[in-house]
Design a protein around this ligand. Structure first.
Ligand code: NAG
Ligand code: NAG
Ligand code: NAG
Length: 351
C-alpha cells in the first residue's frame, strides 16, 4: 500500500520523528508560557508599574495567586481598575494661591467631594490608601492655605486619602514627633492605611508629579524649598514632608517622643531609618519643590537645645522610645468634611 510504502522509507520515518519532536516541543513551550504568564502577570497591570518597585506592589505580584486584600470591601469597589501611578490628570506646576480672605467655608465649597476628612477617586481604586498626618497648633491660616492647595493636588493624583490634624492642646512646649506618633496610632484605629505622609502645616507642594505614595524605602518629599532659595539643605535632611509605609514606621518604632521644641526629631528619624537597615529615597529636585508659608517662630516651639545630646543616643534608645512608649490623653476626635481633628494632651517635658 501507499502508506506502507511511505513508512517503509527510512527518510520519511526520520521526518516523522522530527515532526513529532517539534510538535511536542511546541506544546511544551506553549503550556509553560501560558502557566508562566498567568502566574506572573498582575491582575491590574499599569504601564508605569515596572519602574515603581514598592513593597506593596511586589507583594501584590508575589501573592497574585492569593485572594486580593480588597475582597472584603464592596463589589463595586472591587470591580474598579487600579489607578495608574501617574494620573492622567496631573498638571505639573500649578500656581499656588494664598488669598488673604480665604475661609474654611470657601475651601469646603471648592472641595465638595470629601466626607469626614476622607476622599476616594470615583473612577479607579488607588494604588495605596494614604493617611496624611499634620501636627498642629494655632496655625489656622497655614492650615487653610495648605488644604486649599493640597486637596485638589491629591485629587489630581487620584489618591485614596484622609487628612488627620493632630492638635496639641494647651500652651506647653510643642512636640511635633510625638504628635506624629499619635496620628499614626489613632489613624490605624480607623482604617488599615498602607502609607503615611508626615506633613508640616506650612509646606505646600508646587508640582503634582511629586506623588504622595510610599516607596520601597522611606521617601523624603521636600528636596528644595523657596525658604532656602531652592537650594538643598543637607544630605541627611529628612524633615518637612516624608512618606513611610506602615511596615517601615513599625520597623523604626516611629519617632522619638523626647524632642520638645523645634528641631532634631527629623534627624533622629533619619538615624532610625539607618538603624533599621533602610535608606532614604527622594524624587527629582525639579519635582520635589515646596513653598514655605512665611511665619515667625511660634511661642512654645523654641529651638530645642537638648537635641544634640539626644541625637547621640539614638542607637541606645530607639527600641524603647517611640510608638511603643507613646502615652497621651485623647481629648477629642472630630470629623469635619475636610479633615479629622484629633486633640490630645501630651503634657510637658519631664525634666
Ligand atoms: C477675597 O478678596 C478678593 C479681592 O482681594 C475678592 O475678589 C474675593 O471675592 C474675596 N473673596 C471672598 C470669599 O470674600
Ligand atoms: C494659651 O495661650 C493663648 C494665647 O497665647 C491664650 O489665649 C490661651 O488661653 C492659653 N491657653 C491655655 C490653656 O492656657
Ligand atoms: C516663599 O513663598 C511664600 C508664598 O509666596 C512667601 O510667603 C514666603 O515669604 C516665601 N519665602 C521666601 C524665603 O521667599
Amino acid at each position: 500500500m501507499r502508506i506502507t510504502g511511505i513508512f517503509g522509507n527510512l527518510l520519511c520515518q526520520i521526518r516523522l520523528l522530527l515532526f513529532i519532536a517539534v510538535c511536542v516541543t511546541i506544546v511544551g513551550w506553549t503550556n509553560f508560557y501560558m502557566k508562566d504568564s498567568t502566574r506572573y502577570t498582575p491582575k491590574y497591570r499599569t504601564p508605569v508599574e515596572n519602574f515603581w518597585k514598592s513593597p506593596l506592589s511586589e507583594k501584590k505580584t508575589e501573592e497574585n495567586s492569593q485572594p486580593p486584600l480588597v475582597e472584603q470591601t464592596s463589589q463595586k469597589e472591587e470591580d474598579l481598575k487600579i489607578c495608574p501611578i501617574l494620573s492622567p490628570n496631573l498638571q505639573g506646576v500649578v500656581p499656588l494661591m494664598f488669598p488673604p480672605n480665604l475661609t474654611l467655608a470657601d475651601v469646603e465649597k471648592k472641595i465638595p467631594m470629601m466626607r469626614n476628612g476622607h476622599y476616594q477617586p470615583e473612577t479607579c481604586r488607588s494604588q495605596q490608601r494614604v493617611a496624611i498626618l499634620i501636627p498642629y497648633r494655632n496655625r489656622e491660616r497655614h492650615l487653610l492655605y495648605l488644604l486649599d492647595n493640597l486637596l485638589p493636588f491629591l485629587q489630581r493624583q487620584l489618591l485614596d486619602y484622609a487628612i488627620y490634624i493632630i492638635h496639641q492642646a494647651g500652651n506647653d512646649t510643642f512636640n511635633r514627633a510625638q504628635l506624629l506618633n499619635i496620628g499614626y496610632l489613632e489613624a490605624l484605629k480607623e482604617e488599615n492605611w498602607d502609607c503615611f505622609i508626615f506633613h508640616d502645616v506650612d509646606l505646600v507642594p508646587e508640582n503634582d508629579y511629586n506623588t504622595y505614595l510610599c516607596d520601597s524605602e522611606p521617601k523624603h518629599l521636600v528636596v528644595v524649598c523657596n525658604a532656602t532659595n531652592y537650594n538643598s539643605v543637607y544630605k541627611e535632611y529628612f524633615g518637612g514632608v516624608t512618606a513611610m509605609t506602615r511596615k517601615q514606621i513599625a520597623k523604626v518604632n516611629g519617632y522619638s517622643n523626647n524632642y520638645w521644641g523645634w528641631g532634631g526629631e527629623d534627624d533622629d528619624l533619619y538615624y532610625r531609618v539607618q538603624l533599621g537597615n533602610m535608606t532614604v529615597v527622594r524624587p527629582a529636585r525639579e519635582v520635589a519643590r515646596y513653598t514655605m508659608i512665611s511665619h515667625t517662630r511660634d511661642v512654645g516651639n523654641e529651638k530645642n537645645e537638648k537635641r544634640w545630646e539626644l541625637l547621640k543616643n539614638v542607637s541606645k534608645v530607639w527600641k524603647t522610645d517611640g510608638l511603643n512608649s507613646c502615652t497621651y490623653e485623647l481629648l477629642s476626635i472630630e470629623h469635619n468634611p475636610l479633615y479629622i481633628n484629633i486633640t490630645v494632651d501630651i503634657g510637658k517635658p519631664h525634666n
